[in-house]
Design a protein around this ligand. Structure first.
Ligand SMILES: [Zn+2]
Ligand SMILES: [Zn+2]
Length: 374
């Protein structure tokens, strides 16, 4: 099933401002809010999808990725972008919006301030020129913080557990009297944690967190170009105190190719043809990103002409429509002529009426000028 366009879901135009998007989301979220539609599965699904659309379009980085790639650019673990699993994820992500009109954010409340979303991470991956044209899968290795398995994230050596700090009695804060005032400060013994670890876990040195490398498979869509980035949702750093994880941005570097260059969705290359061949015309085998292809050279083709192989370019990452392959034709002047060739050439020159001393026509005309003529 193809996913619905995010702009359509929110009922806004592609040029919509952040304020338009927010206003439209509020309206839709209010309508489909689970508390207003208890037990209505359809409304809940709607609520999730408009929230997913809002999560992407309200974030300028994600929105620009979506504008370039569509749904293809947004990925999650195991393939497609799946947005939110449940309503609580939505509240912890943009509770402030709901607070405005419901007077509460995360349902049940309680310590919301300490719930923090994990950091976003970024990683770069290099793909081959042709893989960028046709799409590929790349394994990327991401270093991120995870809960230490040895101690289950407590930071305490196996068989022991963190103890309540005796200095602050687990409050993390201590009160000091200073004249008439009572000042609260962070407990110097536990640094505000409220707990102390007597024997530290040797694997994480008491932090409860270890930095681990993890392999992820990234689906690189056909038509990506150098410098584009993809979003892997929820693949960033783990959140704090049950907060949602951050996202992972994958930067795509495209390696250069020996023969081809890219100009948007067009492929550019150059061929060198002896000038008598250009004069007489011929059909040549040329390399394209699909392999060999026939190129017809009309009799009388000039050096510097740009010939076009239609739809032999790169598939547009959004529309899938292929660009063209543009071939710059360069005439090659034969050198090291044999006696016979030299004689023939002299005869030809005389026949054409081009003596060596005659004035030649001078003009300035570049490759790109001709290219834009098309
Ligand atoms: Zn540990
Ligand atoms: Zn303490």
């Amino acid at each position: 099933m193809s996913k619905q366009d995010y702009y359509e879901l929110l009922g806004v135009s592609r040029q919509a401002t952040d304020a338009d998007i927010k206003a439209s989301y509020r309206k839709k979220a209010f309508k489909f809010h689970p508390d207003r539609n208890p037990g209505d599965h359809e409304a809940e699904e709607k609520f999730k999808s408009v929230s997913e659309a809002y999560a992407v379009l309200s974030d300028s980085r994600k929105r620009s990725i979506y504008d370039q790639f569509g749904h293809e650019g947004l990925q999650g673990a195991g393939g497609g972008y799946h947005g939110f699993n449940n309503a609580d994820d939505i509240f912890s992500s943009f509770g402030d919006i709901f607070e405005d009109f419901f007077g509460f954010g995360s349902r049940g409340g309680g310590g919301r301030s300490r719930v923090r979303r994990g950091r976003d991470l970024q990683v770069e991956t290099q793909v081959d020129f042709l893989d960028a044209c046709f799409g590929t899968k790349k394994d990327v290795s991401v270093a991120h913080n995870v809960a230490c398995e040895t101690c289950d994230g407590t930071g305490a050596k196996v068989g022991t557990s963190p103890e309540n700090c005796s200095y602050c009695h687990g409050r993390g804060q201590v009160q000091m009297n200073q004249g008439f005032f009572t000042i609260s400060t962070t407990c110097p013994q536990c640094q505000g944690q409220g707990r102390v670890i007597r024997e530290k876990c040797p694997d994480c040195h008491g932090r409860g967190i270890v930095n681990k490398k993890r392999k992820l498979s990234v689906k690189v869509p056909a038509g990506v170009s150098n410098g584009m980035r993809l979003l892997m949702q929820n693949e960033g750093e783990i959140g704090e105190n049950g907060g949602p994880p951050g996202d992972l941005y994958v930067y795509i570097g495209v390696k250069p190719h020996d023969e081809f260059e890219r100009e948007g969705d067009h492929i550019l290359s150059e061929i060198q043809v002896p000038f008598p061949t250009l004069s007489l015309g011929c059909e040549l085998d040329v390399n394209t990103i699909d392999g060999k292809s026939k190129l017809k050279i009309k009799a009388g083709t000039q050096s510097g002409a740009v010939l076009k192989l239609k739809h032999k370019g790169v598939a547009n990452v959004r529309s899938g429509r292929r660009g063209d392959h543009l071939i710059l034709v360069q005439a090659v002047t034969p050198t090291k002529l044999s006696t016979k060739q030299k004689k023939l050439m002299e005869e030809l020159s005389k026949e054409l009426g081009v003596p060596c001393s005659s004035k030649v026509k001078q003009e300035k005309r570049g490759f790109w000028e001709k290219f834009t003529d098309e």
